[in-house]
Design a protein around this ligand. Structure first.
Ligand SMILES: [Zn+2]
Length: 193
């Protein structure tokens, strides 16, 4: 069954080893932040640092594994219609909107949405690492290292599919940052098979 994450919100759910998670961008140009934890010990979490180190690249796609902080494979990317995702930047947050956007009454962002959704599974704010930012288009200048957040290349109906390599708790959002989503907030669809 396909489910919807409303704009600027998030969910958490379990995924059994061997199950597949499909994340769909129903309208196009919308980012979804993904977090994963070992369901039997949430001290083990998805790790950008280890994944990028072992991949020796920063852009991941079909065939690439996502590792935990304990160097176990948590998820494999098994199908990817877009081919551009970010694994460098942390979930947008109240602080993001205050520091980068200058908002006086900032939204809690993906960080706040993930914290609330994951709390029933024993995950606290300090246990939230860099998310795998599905469809997020961050370019890097190879000489200076300057980062630029560009519109997501995802078109309406594009999807990515992950296969779980262990029993997981997953957090997933429809990202709340204007810049990441080319200026508008849209839903995200997801499905477990
Ligand atoms: Zn976000």
């Amino acid at each position: 069954m396909r489910r919807e994450i409303r704009p600027r919100s998030g969910v958490a759910f379990t995924l059994d080893r061997g199950q597949r998670l499909t994340v769909v961008d129903p309208c196009g140009e919308q980012v979804a932040d993904l977090l994963a934890y070992n369901r039997h010990d949430v001290g083990e979490a998805i790790s950008s640092g280890r994944t990028l180190d072992y991949a020796s690249k920063i852009f991941l796609t079909t065939g690439d594994p996502l590792y935990s902080n304990r160097s176990n494979v948590m998820l494999d990317i098994v199908e990817d219609m877009v081919g551009r995702h970010d694994f460098l930047l942390t979930p947008c947050s109240e602080a993001t909107f205050r520091i980068i956007y200058g908002d006086e009454n900032p939204h809690r962002g993906c960080f706040g949405n993930l914290a609330e959704a994951l709390a029933p599974f024993g995950v606290t704010e300090d246990m939230i690492p860099t998310a795998f930012n599905i469809f997020m288009n961050v370019s890097v200048d190879g000489q200076t290292g300057v980062l630029e957040v560009k519109p997501p290349p995802s078109k309406a109906g594009d999807h990515i599919i992950f296969e779980a390599r262990m029993d997981l708790v997953v957090g997933l959002t429809a990202c709340s940052a204007l810049q990441s989503n080319n200026g508008s907030f849209k839903p995200i669809h997801w499905q477990v098979d």
